[in-house]
Design a protein around this ligand. Structure first.
Ligand SMILES: [Zn+2]
Length: 143
């Protein structure tokens, strides 16, 4: 029984060298989001926030109680203004929700957790983030 010693594998062969391990992205970050893209998204969020705050102050005016001109305006136009007020209140709710969502997104950028679903942690598609930068859930969790 003669067994020749196993020949050493040539250096650098794939046999005993595992391929380079994939560089793990830091937890919480989205590898698809490059710093450039993140900067664009952040600028977009800040611009939207500024615009929203402007329109919120207009809405604020519109939801003021409509009692002042009871004498001056007729019944119909009073109903109109009540209806308008109702619509403005709905608008205000939507604006407030969006305001909170944008601020939360900016906070996630600060914390480095932006771009991931806040429920399941999966990476959000950058295309989706560019359309709706304040989105916080993946399509699975947003239903
Ligand atoms: Zn999710």
């Amino acid at each position: 029984m003669t067994s020749s010693p196993e020949p050493d594998p040539p250096p650098g062969s794939a046999a005993d060298r595992p391929p380079d391990p994939p560089t793990d992205p830091p937890p919480g970050s989205n590898p698809a989001l490059t710093p450039d893209l993140l900067r664009d998204i952040r600028a977009d969020l800040e611009a939207q926030l500024a615009k929203l705050e402007k329109s919120m102050s207009v809405t604020e005016e519109a939801v003021r109680p409509v009692e002042l001109d009871q004498q001056a305006v007729g019944r119909l136009s009073r109903m109109d203004s009540l209806q308008n007020q109702q619509m403005s209140q709905n608008l205000q709710e939507r604006e407030r929700a969006r305001h909170a969502a944008i601020q939360a997104a900016l906070r996630r950028i600060e914390e480095g957790s932006y771009g991931r679903c806040t429920s399941c942690g999966s990476a959000l598609h950058p295309g989706r983030l560019m359309v709706m930068p304040e989105v916080e859930h993946c399509s699975d969790c947003s239903t």
